[in-house]
Ligand binder design. Structure first.
Ligand code: 6GU
Length: 244
Protein backbone atom coordinates (compact mmCIF):
# COMPACT_ATOMS: atom_id res chain seq x y z
CA UNK A 1 0.00 0.00 0.00
CA UNK A 2 1.10 3.53 -0.71
CA UNK A 3 0.13 6.39 1.64
CA UNK A 4 0.84 10.10 1.10
CA UNK A 5 0.20 12.58 3.94
CA UNK A 6 0.23 16.34 3.38
CA UNK A 7 0.50 18.74 6.35
CA UNK A 8 2.19 21.90 7.61
CA UNK A 9 3.55 19.65 10.41
CA UNK A 10 4.74 16.51 8.59
CA UNK A 11 6.97 15.72 11.61
CA UNK A 12 3.75 14.65 13.37
CA UNK A 13 3.89 11.49 11.28
CA UNK A 14 7.31 10.47 12.62
CA UNK A 15 5.53 8.27 15.20
CA UNK A 16 4.50 6.04 12.29
CA UNK A 17 8.16 5.00 11.96
CA UNK A 18 7.90 3.20 15.32
CA UNK A 19 6.67 -0.28 16.18
CA UNK A 20 4.66 -2.40 13.75
CA UNK A 21 4.00 0.35 11.19
CA UNK A 22 7.69 1.26 11.12
CA UNK A 23 8.49 -2.39 10.50
CA UNK A 24 5.81 -2.61 7.78
CA UNK A 25 7.58 0.28 6.02
CA UNK A 26 11.00 -1.33 6.33
CA UNK A 27 9.55 -4.64 5.09
CA UNK A 28 8.15 -2.90 1.98
CA UNK A 29 4.50 -3.62 2.85
CA UNK A 30 3.78 0.09 3.19
CA UNK A 31 5.31 3.13 1.49
CA UNK A 32 4.55 6.23 3.57
CA UNK A 33 5.43 9.57 1.90
CA UNK A 34 5.15 12.80 3.87
CA UNK A 35 4.82 16.25 2.28
CA UNK A 36 5.21 19.77 3.65
CA UNK A 37 2.28 21.85 2.37
CA UNK A 38 4.37 25.05 2.61
CA UNK A 39 6.67 23.65 -0.10
CA UNK A 40 3.76 24.30 -2.49
CA UNK A 41 3.28 27.98 -1.67
CA UNK A 42 4.56 30.63 -4.09
CA UNK A 43 4.94 33.70 -1.84
CA UNK A 44 7.92 34.77 0.27
CA UNK A 45 6.11 34.06 3.55
CA UNK A 46 4.95 30.57 2.50
CA UNK A 47 1.37 31.51 3.40
CA UNK A 48 -1.17 28.69 3.68
CA UNK A 49 -4.12 30.52 5.28
CA UNK A 50 -6.36 33.53 4.73
CA UNK A 51 -9.45 35.14 6.27
CA UNK A 52 -12.85 33.46 5.78
CA UNK A 53 -14.85 34.89 2.88
CA UNK A 54 -18.12 36.21 4.29
CA UNK A 55 -16.51 36.96 7.65
CA UNK A 56 -16.23 35.05 10.90
CA UNK A 57 -13.59 33.87 13.34
CA UNK A 58 -10.33 32.13 12.56
CA UNK A 59 -8.53 31.44 9.31
CA UNK A 60 -9.16 29.13 6.36
CA UNK A 61 -6.57 27.16 4.37
CA UNK A 62 -6.07 28.65 0.90
CA UNK A 63 -6.87 26.36 -2.04
CA UNK A 64 -3.81 27.00 -4.26
CA UNK A 65 -1.09 25.26 -2.16
CA UNK A 66 -3.41 22.28 -1.68
CA UNK A 67 -3.99 21.90 -5.43
CA UNK A 68 -0.23 22.06 -6.14
CA UNK A 69 0.57 19.59 -3.34
CA UNK A 70 -2.09 17.12 -4.48
CA UNK A 71 -1.02 17.46 -8.14
CA UNK A 72 2.53 16.70 -7.01
CA UNK A 73 1.26 13.53 -5.30
CA UNK A 74 -0.59 12.56 -8.51
CA UNK A 75 2.50 13.20 -10.64
CA UNK A 76 4.61 10.61 -8.78
CA UNK A 77 4.50 7.04 -10.06
CA UNK A 78 1.52 5.54 -8.31
CA UNK A 79 -0.44 2.30 -8.10
CA UNK A 80 -2.78 2.12 -11.11
CA UNK A 81 -6.02 2.43 -9.15
CA UNK A 82 -7.76 5.79 -8.59
CA UNK A 83 -6.41 7.08 -5.25
CA UNK A 84 -8.59 7.85 -2.22
CA UNK A 85 -8.27 11.36 -0.75
CA UNK A 86 -9.13 11.39 2.96
CA UNK A 87 -9.83 14.79 4.48
CA UNK A 88 -10.00 14.60 8.29
CA UNK A 89 -12.73 16.87 9.62
CA UNK A 90 -15.14 16.75 12.57
CA UNK A 91 -17.82 17.38 9.89
CA UNK A 92 -17.06 14.09 8.08
CA UNK A 93 -18.62 10.61 8.13
CA UNK A 94 -17.46 8.69 11.21
CA UNK A 95 -14.41 6.46 10.66
CA UNK A 96 -15.20 2.94 11.94
CA UNK A 97 -13.63 -0.52 11.79
CA UNK A 98 -15.71 -1.04 8.62
CA UNK A 99 -14.12 2.06 7.05
CA UNK A 100 -10.67 0.76 8.04
CA UNK A 101 -11.43 -2.58 6.36
CA UNK A 102 -12.62 -0.90 3.15
CA UNK A 103 -9.60 1.40 2.99
CA UNK A 104 -7.18 -1.47 3.73
CA UNK A 105 -8.31 -2.98 0.41
CA UNK A 106 -7.21 0.11 -1.57
CA UNK A 107 -3.75 0.58 -3.08
CA UNK A 108 -3.20 4.32 -2.63
CA UNK A 109 -4.46 6.58 0.17
CA UNK A 110 -3.76 10.32 0.35
CA UNK A 111 -4.41 12.21 3.62
CA UNK A 112 -4.82 16.02 3.66
CA UNK A 113 -4.39 17.49 7.16
CA UNK A 114 -6.25 20.75 7.60
CA UNK A 115 -5.50 23.23 10.39
CA UNK A 116 -7.33 26.40 11.50
CA UNK A 117 -11.04 26.39 10.58
CA UNK A 118 -10.46 23.95 7.72
CA UNK A 119 -9.60 23.88 4.01
CA UNK A 120 -11.44 25.97 1.38
CA UNK A 121 -14.41 23.78 0.33
CA UNK A 122 -13.45 24.07 -3.35
CA UNK A 123 -10.41 21.84 -2.78
CA UNK A 124 -12.82 19.00 -1.92
CA UNK A 125 -14.96 19.81 -4.97
CA UNK A 126 -11.99 20.01 -7.36
CA UNK A 127 -10.31 16.90 -5.97
CA UNK A 128 -13.28 14.69 -6.98
CA UNK A 129 -11.93 14.92 -10.55
CA UNK A 130 -8.85 12.93 -9.52
CA UNK A 131 -9.64 11.06 -6.31
CA UNK A 132 -12.40 9.23 -4.47
CA UNK A 133 -12.80 11.94 -1.80
CA UNK A 134 -13.79 10.99 1.76
CA UNK A 135 -14.22 13.62 4.51
CA UNK A 136 -13.85 11.55 7.72
CA UNK A 137 -14.18 12.25 11.46
CA UNK A 138 -12.67 10.04 14.17
CA UNK A 139 -15.31 10.97 16.76
CA UNK A 140 -17.48 13.67 18.27
CA UNK A 141 -14.85 16.03 19.66
CA UNK A 142 -12.65 18.72 18.13
CA UNK A 143 -8.91 18.45 17.45
CA UNK A 144 -6.61 21.34 16.51
CA UNK A 145 -5.82 19.76 13.17
CA UNK A 146 -6.10 16.61 11.12
CA UNK A 147 -2.66 15.16 11.91
CA UNK A 148 -3.56 13.23 15.08
CA UNK A 149 -6.67 11.86 13.32
CA UNK A 150 -4.51 10.73 10.37
CA UNK A 151 -2.20 8.83 12.71
CA UNK A 152 -5.23 7.08 14.23
CA UNK A 153 -6.66 6.16 10.82
CA UNK A 154 -3.32 5.01 9.35
CA UNK A 155 -2.75 2.74 12.36
CA UNK A 156 -6.26 1.24 12.17
CA UNK A 157 -5.93 0.66 8.39
CA UNK A 158 -2.34 -0.59 8.07
CA UNK A 159 -2.59 -3.16 10.89
CA UNK A 160 -5.13 -4.94 8.66
CA UNK A 161 -2.64 -5.34 5.79
CA UNK A 162 -1.37 -8.89 5.26
CA UNK A 163 1.97 -9.38 7.05
CA UNK A 164 1.78 -6.33 9.33
CA UNK A 165 0.59 -8.16 12.46
CA UNK A 166 2.72 -10.94 13.94
CA UNK A 167 -0.36 -13.06 14.67
CA UNK A 168 -3.18 -12.34 12.20
CA UNK A 169 -5.56 -14.56 14.21
CA UNK A 170 -5.81 -11.78 16.79
CA UNK A 171 -7.72 -9.77 14.13
CA UNK A 172 -10.67 -12.19 14.27
CA UNK A 173 -11.14 -11.97 18.03
CA UNK A 174 -10.60 -8.31 18.81
CA UNK A 175 -13.23 -5.70 19.67
CA UNK A 176 -15.44 -4.57 16.75
CA UNK A 177 -14.37 -7.44 14.46
CA UNK A 178 -17.86 -8.92 14.85
CA UNK A 179 -19.64 -5.78 16.11
CA UNK A 180 -19.12 -6.67 19.79
CA UNK A 181 -16.53 -5.59 22.36
CA UNK A 182 -13.70 -7.97 23.24
CA UNK A 183 -14.02 -10.24 26.30
CA UNK A 184 -11.78 -9.47 29.34
CA UNK A 185 -8.36 -11.16 29.22
CA UNK A 186 -6.15 -12.61 31.99
CA UNK A 187 -2.66 -14.06 32.38
CA UNK A 188 -0.78 -15.67 35.28
CA UNK A 189 -0.87 -15.85 38.30
CA UNK A 190 -4.33 -17.39 38.81
CA UNK A 191 -4.76 -15.31 41.99
CA UNK A 192 -3.27 -11.82 42.15
CA UNK A 193 -3.75 -9.46 45.12
CA UNK A 194 -6.86 -11.41 46.07
CA UNK A 195 -8.40 -11.17 42.57
CA UNK A 196 -9.04 -14.51 40.85
CA UNK A 197 -9.03 -15.51 37.20
CA UNK A 198 -12.50 -16.97 36.33
CA UNK A 199 -12.24 -20.67 37.13
CA UNK A 200 -13.58 -21.83 33.77
CA UNK A 201 -10.47 -20.39 32.03
CA UNK A 202 -8.29 -22.82 34.01
CA UNK A 203 -10.44 -25.85 33.08
CA UNK A 204 -8.87 -26.70 29.71
CA UNK A 205 -12.42 -27.20 28.33
CA UNK A 206 -12.24 -25.11 25.16
CA UNK A 207 -15.89 -25.40 24.21
CA UNK A 208 -16.89 -24.10 27.65
CA UNK A 209 -14.23 -21.38 27.52
CA UNK A 210 -15.48 -20.16 24.12
CA UNK A 211 -19.05 -20.09 25.45
CA UNK A 212 -17.95 -18.16 28.59
CA UNK A 213 -16.03 -15.60 26.51
CA UNK A 214 -18.99 -15.09 24.15
CA UNK A 215 -21.24 -14.47 27.18
CA UNK A 216 -18.74 -11.94 28.59
CA UNK A 217 -18.64 -10.17 25.20
CA UNK A 218 -22.42 -9.85 25.15
CA UNK A 219 -22.66 -8.66 28.79
CA UNK A 220 -19.85 -6.14 28.36
CA UNK A 221 -21.24 -4.77 25.10
CA UNK A 222 -24.75 -4.42 26.56
CA UNK A 223 -23.38 -2.55 29.60
CA UNK A 224 -20.79 -0.28 27.93
CA UNK A 225 -22.13 0.14 24.38
CA UNK A 226 -25.90 -0.41 24.30
CA UNK A 227 -25.89 1.11 20.78
CA UNK A 228 -23.64 -1.69 19.45
CA UNK A 229 -25.59 -4.31 21.42
CA UNK A 230 -28.87 -3.23 19.84
CA UNK A 231 -27.32 -3.48 16.34
CA UNK A 232 -25.95 -6.92 17.14
CA UNK A 233 -29.38 -8.20 18.27
CA UNK A 234 -31.05 -6.83 15.13
CA UNK A 235 -28.40 -8.50 12.94
CA UNK A 236 -28.90 -11.83 14.75
CA UNK A 237 -32.66 -11.67 14.31
CA UNK A 238 -32.21 -11.00 10.60
CA UNK A 239 -29.78 -13.91 10.26
CA UNK A 240 -32.25 -16.21 12.05
CA UNK A 241 -35.07 -15.08 9.74
CA UNK A 242 -32.93 -15.73 6.66
CA UNK A 243 -32.08 -19.21 7.96
CA UNK A 244 -35.82 -20.13 8.18
CL1 6GU B 1 -10.76 13.90 11.60
N1 6GU B 1 -10.21 16.32 12.50
C1 6GU B 1 -10.32 17.29 13.43
N2 6GU B 1 -9.68 18.43 13.23
N3 6GU B 1 -11.05 17.18 14.51
C2 6GU B 1 -11.67 16.02 14.67
C3 6GU B 1 -11.60 14.96 13.77
C4 6GU B 1 -10.86 15.15 12.68
N4 6GU B 1 -12.35 13.94 14.20
C5 6GU B 1 -12.86 14.35 15.33
N5 6GU B 1 -12.47 15.60 15.62
Amino acid sequence: MRIDAVSIFPEFFDVLDLSLIGKAQRDGLLELRRHQLRDFTTDRHRTVDDTPTGGGAGMVMKPEPWALALENVLAAPSPAERPVLIIPTPAGDVFTQRTAEELAAREHLVFAAGRYEGIDQRVTDWAQEHFDVLPLSIGDYVLNGGEAAIIVMVEAITRLLPGVLGNPESLDEESHADGLLEYPVYTKPAVWRGHEVPEILLSGNHAKIDEHRRQEQLLRTRRIRPDLYAKHIVAQEEAARRAD
